[in-house]
Structures are given as C-alpha cells and as structure tokens.
Design a protein around this ligand. Structure first.
Ligand code: GLC
Length: 437
C-alpha cells in the first residue's frame, strides 16, 4: 500500500511548476480549474501551505465578472493546442474563456472542516472570490432564471466528448472558413483513446464563435452554437453551495447566508429538469433542440453527491448503479456499458475517472449506501495499484489509458488513503518541493 502513496507523491511533485500543478507533463502543461481543486485536496494531507497555494494561484486568475477560467496559461507552451491566441483575439488574460465544474467550495470546506485555524484563515481570504464565482454561474449561465445552469461548450462540463453532447454537437454547422488547425493531443496519446477529429472540429467551431463575439455571455447563451444542461455542473454546483453554506456559518460570513440559501433552493428545484422520464434517470438536456440525452453517465450518479431526488428517483438511480456495476469489471464507467455509444477506451465514452469515482462515493456514503461506495472506492484504489496513475482506466480490462503520471489520479489516491499517510510521506513531499511564497 505504501508504495503507491510514494508514487502518488512523486507524480504530484513531478508535475509541480512552482505553486501550481499541471495535470500531466506533455498533454496538459498548464493549470486546469477542477484538476487544481482535486490536487489541492490530495496535497492537503501532506502540506497545507502548498495546498492553499494551488487554490490561490487558480483564483488569482479569476475574471472581474467572477468567472474562474478552466485553463490558466502561466507560461507559453507551443506543445499545447488550443493556446491563448485561439481563445482571444487580443488576449487580455492568459486564460481560456469559460469555466469548469465548480468543485472549489467543496474542496475548501473539506480542507477547513478537518483543518486548523490556519486553514480557516486561508479560507477567509478566498471566501468572497468563491461567492463571486458562484454568482457568475447564476448570472451568466442561467440568465432567464430557469433554475439550472447551462454550459456553452462541452469543455465547460469537464467531460469533453461524452455522449451527452452528441445531439448538440451534431447540430453544429462547421463553417467553411474554420481555420486549419493541428491537434497536439494525438501525438502523445493513442487516437482511439481521445475525442474524434469530427468532435474536435465542432469544439473548434464553438471556440471560434466565442472568440469572434468576445465571449459575450448573453450572445453565447441566446445564440451560440451549443447550449446544454449538464448533470455534472449542476450537481457539483449544488453540492458546492451546500458546502459554501457550511463554510459561511463556520467562518461567520452571516451576510452571505441568505444568498447561498437562495442558490440552494433554486438548484434543488431546477435539478428536477434533468429527470428523464423515458429512462427513469437523471440525464443531460440539449437546450437548442429541447431534447433529453438517453445516456446514463457517471455524472448522472452525482445526484447523491448533490443530495437531489425523491425516494423513488433515488431508488431508480441505485438500481441503475447496481446494474451498471454488474456489467463491467471495474466501476464506475463514464457511460452505461449497455448504451450504444459505449467505448471502453475512448475518453469520456466509457473509461473510469478517479475524480468522478471519488465524488460518487462521497454521495453514496451520504445516503448510507456503504456497500456501493466501498466497491467504487476499492476499485479506484486497485486500478491505480495495478496500472499506475493513468488519466483514466478501461472498465473492462482495468488498463490505464490517456496521459500518464496524472496529478488528479494521484491526488485522489492520496485522499482515499489519507489515514495511511505517515510522517515519512510528509517528509518525502516536503523535500525538494518547488514552492514560491
Ligand atoms: C480534459 C478533461 C478535463 C480536464 C483536463 C485536464 O480536457 O476532459 O476534465 O480538466 O483534461 O486534465
């Protein structure tokens, strides 16, 4: 067991770029939003100051409108595509121009609730930024106050090419004048494990539209090429608001409590929109065509993490959970293996992701489904023990896929085994670390 803790620490240290951690060396050489959140959580058992620094460096890139971008380009790197010039014509900030699933408040609450006065003090310095971040989601991504948050690009869901976006993406007309571009990802990772070229053309079409309208949120929402309701973002934001509420009480931010309570109320009702009666499950919804997607994904199971669903809905979701786990050797696949689009190796269309497993297991524990939670946690640990810190894993064979030495896989491993981290591991992390103060 200890061997993998050491390996996990080595991966995170190797990916440290001085105050922030890249997901992996060549494929993702910048700072990513939710990757940094999970990485901070993993590091927090080893070195609190470095964990907070990860979050501070991310939040320092927050836009004045409150949005925390999905990528921060701290330094130039010609090996990554699409870089800052693809995002903005006259790059004002070295960032991407939309967000990612907002896990930050939940991560901060975890770090504070098991921390000390130091963690409280650090959380106070970030509290108002997190408030502004959540407020931005409601203003920019639910301008008509329908009760749930939309995404304007599949990348905003963090689950880039999952089948949830197929309806929306297939409806996009790829403009004739879409500039020729060269993908870099497929030079590092087998094409079969990555999104298809056709999906990439559609991703780039939305990017061009955003760049051309200067990422005007109203225009993107009302007329943009893509708009969808993602169970991942909505469930994660609802959980984040519940954790933010606890944080506000704990830190004494009483003036924020009503606003957070209201956000919780809005989303609790709004999330019902994602209940797909045809298959009795929470699924995504394409706003341009007003259609539900028929795929049950790992994001569907975040309903427990958000605490959403009537008893009847919960029991349907538990049945789906059991059925899916019985249909593969390792859980939780990113797509129901019985679905026609299931591909055990292709990115978000089948493989297992440690971060999703972690959140699903937390949610299952909350509703006392301990057997299922333990199965998912054990699989997550075993996959890493057998196949290392891969970006994702094949649910049939367990083989590691995508990028290697991946920070959030390592971080979740540390989080799941945090009770076994001893003083030697901490020394190991603190030696030669690369921290800017
Ligand atoms: C991919 C994933 C996204 C992640 C990023 C960096 O784009 O889909 O969720 O944040 O890689 O790991």
């Amino acid at each position: 067991m200890m061997t993998m803790i050491k390996e996990a620490i080595d991966v995170i240290k190797k990916n440290d770029r001085g105050g922030f951690t890249v997901p992996t060396n060549r494929l993702y050489p910048h700072q990513w939003n939710w990757d940094s959140g999970f990485t901070a959580l993993g590091i927090s058992s080893l070195d609190k100051s470095r964990a907070w620094q990860e979050l501070v460096m991310l939040i320092n890139a927050q836009w004045t409108n409150g949005m925390v971008p999905h990528i921060i380009f701290h330094e130039k790197n010609p090996n990554y595509f699409p870089g800052p010039d693809q995002w903005q014509k006259n790059a004002e900030s070295q960032t991407s121009c939309h967000s990612q699933p907002p896990v930050l408040a939940s991560i901060i609450w975890q770090m504070v609730s098991r921390g000390t006065e130091y963690d409280k003090m650090k959380a106070c310095t970030l509290f108002n930024s997190i408030m502004a971040y959540h407020r931005w989601f409601f203003l920019a991504r639910d301008p008509d106050k329908e009760g749930c948050i939309s995404i304007i690009h599949p990348w905003e869901s963090g689950r880039d090419n999952c089948p949830d976006w197929d309806i929306g993406l297939n409806n996009i007309k790829i403009p004739k004048n879409l500039e020729q571009y060269f993908r870099k990802d497929t030079s590092y990772v087998d094409k079969l494990e990555r999104p298809t070229d056709d999906h990439y053309d559609r991703f780039m079409t939305i990017l061009k539209y955003g760049r051309d309208c200067n990422w005007d949120n109203v225009k993107m929402h009302n007329e943009g090429p893509f708009l969808a309701i993602d169970p991942g973002v909505n469930f994660i934001l609802l959980r984040a608001n519940k954790d933010l509420y606890k944080l506000a009480n704990y830190l004494g931010y009483t003036e924020s409590i009503n606003e957070i309570r209201n956000w919780i109320k809005i989303l609790e009702q709004g999330c019902q929109k994602m209940w797909n009666k045809d298959i009795n499950a929470f699924t995504s919804f394409d706003k341009r065509t007003n259609t539900y997607c028929d795929a049950i994904t790992n994001a569907s199971f975040l309903c427990f993490y958000a605490g959403v669903g009537s008893n009847k809905q919960k029991s349907y979701m538990i049945d789906h959970c059991n059925r899916i786990l019985n249909n593969c050797n390792y859980g939780m696949p990113s797509l129901d293996p019985m679905h026609k689009c299931f591909e055990s190796k292709r990115y978000w269309r089948g493989p297992i992701w440690s971060i999703m497993n972690y959140m699903i297991a937390v949610g299952l524990e909350d509703i006392n489904e301990l057997c299922l939670a333990n199965k998912i946690k054990n699989d997550t640990i075993q996959l890493v023990k057998k196949n290392g810190m891969a970006e994702y894993f094949d649910p049939v064979t367990g083989i590691g896929l995508g990028g290697r030495d991946f920070s959030w896989t390592a971080a979740i491993h540390l989080e799941l085994l945090k009770d076994e981290i001893d003083i030697n591991s901490k020394h190991n992390f603190l030696n030669n670390k690369n921290v800017i103060n």
